[in-house]
Design a protein around this ligand. Sequence first.
Ligand SMILES: C[S@@+](CC[C@H](N)C(=O)[O-])C[C@H]1O[C@@H](n2cnc3c(N)ncnc32)[C@H](O)[C@@H]1O
Length: 308
Amino acid sequence: MSQSEIDQLNASFWNELCGSAFAQSLGITDRTPASLKRFDAAYLGYYSYLLGYIRPGEWTGKQVLEVGLGYGTVGQTLLSSGTNYFGVDIAANPVKMIQYRQVLMNQPSTCSQASVLALPFAPESFDGVISIGVFHHTGDVQKAIDETHRVLKPGGKAVLMLYNQYSYRQWVSWPAATFKAWLKEFIFTRSGGKNQVSEKQRKAYDASLDGTSAPEIVFVSRREFRKMMRKFNILHLTKENNGPFFYIDKKWFYNPAKKLLGIKLFKKPTGGMFLVQRPWLLSTLGRWAGLDLYIEAEKKVNEVPHEK
Ligand SMILES: C[S@@+](CC[C@H](N)C(=O)[O-])C[C@H]1O[C@@H](n2cnc3c(N)ncnc32)[C@H](O)[C@@H]1O
């Protein structure tokens, strides 16, 4: 697929706001201020670690760009804490959503429809760039990181989330593909060239209400992420997030020798299974082999400046 085809597919697919299924599960069907507030509270409750990365209070009075706006929860937290907030998204509806939130807050519109692969901003415009779960959809993660670097001021900070190539879900649900990626990366040390991502994989991560999968997804390892961020000083690179349920077969406890691997993922519980709750897993499974990689990184200060 060419880059312009990916862009077109993304612009159309993401017009259904990311988080729509979550909103539906909460019974939210409108955009009244009360519904948005309820959505945001539930979203930040589900991703309970997220504000620890965004830390909206630290951006007060600073120039911050958010890339990939979705339902607008992250933008809302930044707007509410007095950030000089700007937002871009490749799709029209996420931009409209955040513009609507700005209207509700009597704030001027500072968001526009644009791709992170060609940001409509001068070099060194921002103190911070925040982008949660976006670059792996763009078709060119390195270009998205390079654009982030370009628009950041020296010493400016990027807070980014990408999907983890070696999460527990990848190993359990697609062991052969994950092992192949691992061999390629760590044994044959071949870099470059994307790993194949099946439609099933894409659907497990991002699907619209009618079940269509996101048009483009790549997964990255911590090593690849570090490499792509070589023009930054990396402050943290951590794993987070896991699915809602995790079931452990009781037989595993009664007779571990007979059934060594009694762990079942994504299965309905039966009488013979324990249900492990997601919040408990967030601080264990999520941190060891979580679905997402979070990076906080600073643009290096002593560098040859970008051409203006
Ligand atoms: C999975 S959603 C994440 C939304 C939000 N950051 C969140 O965490 O809920 C991905 C978002 O990235 C946007 N996106 C995809 N490709 C993009 C690109 N090339 N430039 C800017 N935004 C893009 C989509 O339109 C969508 O709103």
